[in-house]
Design a protein around this ligand. Sequence first.
Ligand code: NAD
Length: 320
Amino acid sequence: MSKRVLVTGAAGFLGSHLCDRFIKEGHSVIAMDNLITGDLRNIEHLFKLPQFEFYHHDVTKFIHIPGQLDYIMHFASPASPIDYLKIPIQTLKVGAMGTHNCLGLAKAKGARILVASTSEVYGDPLVHPQTEEYWGNVNPVGPRGVYDEAKRYMESITMAYNSFHGVETRIVRIFNTYGPRMRLNDGRALPAFIGQALRGEDMTVFGDGSQTRSFCYVDDLVEGIYRLLLSDYKLPVNIGNPNEISLKDFAEEILALTGDKVKIAYKPLPVDDPKQRKPDISKAKSILNWEPKVSRSEGLKITYDYFKSLPEEEWKKQPK
Ligand code: NAD
């Protein structure tokens, strides 16, 4: 049966892909965004559809949606370090007040809500790979604390609305995800490497490049999130790709793909940069029957082709 779905952060990377998925499944979508880090070009192809509406709105302010609502996907939040270090207060507010508003709306409408948490709740993890039972190692007063703690608060208030108000809630802990519609200048490793390769600059690897990350292709992530929404599981679930790689090897893979004659340049590691990150996805496998399907070589090729197809002025934009 067709549902009416609110997607916050809809003009962003993940929100826009979620909108596509809900439309494809035959649902109606209300997309909400204040465009602080998003871009309307990510959803402009949906504007012509009668089952799609866009609200230019800041979710930290009261949210009014007329009519019935079945699902709320709360994805509004700056997500890359470059953004949340630049707008730390908005980051805390969207995780705290924005989540509170979305939960209030879910309660008022009797809607099911899924909130986008993150692997950053594990901080610089002392347990590897990270299972959902691990409580994390976060520095609350470090520069990244604004994001990590906002998301930890998000999880707490979401559970409280579930147990105290009986709201149907889902929590996804998203690990690094990549794919088309990421911003080339958002400071994350993959777009940074590809942007540098496209501009013919050396690729910057921080530290000695031995720190590991695991990258999940966006279609896999959206599938996992969709299954979690439809499941009856209310505790947090990791969704990510456990296939781990060092940043040095990752830079080399991108070098091979782009065929560019640039080299790798090493710079000092930023404060509180996690050394290892790898999801334990046993829970997603057993509860959602989900695991990633897209190989890194396939996903990287699609993403590289997307970035290459952008106008050259986009490539020239440096992370700020
Ligand atoms: P993004 O920056 O591309 O998208 C976030 C969107 O939220 C933007 O369009 C932005 O304008 C909007 N937004 C921010 N504050 C808002 C507010 N107060 N009101 C309304 N809209 C607001 O980031 P993304 O990568 O698409 O991330 C989406 C969500 O997923 C975030 O909650 C993020 O924390 C989470 N997440 C993403 C990743 C990842 O790898 N991309 C990993 C873990 C968690």
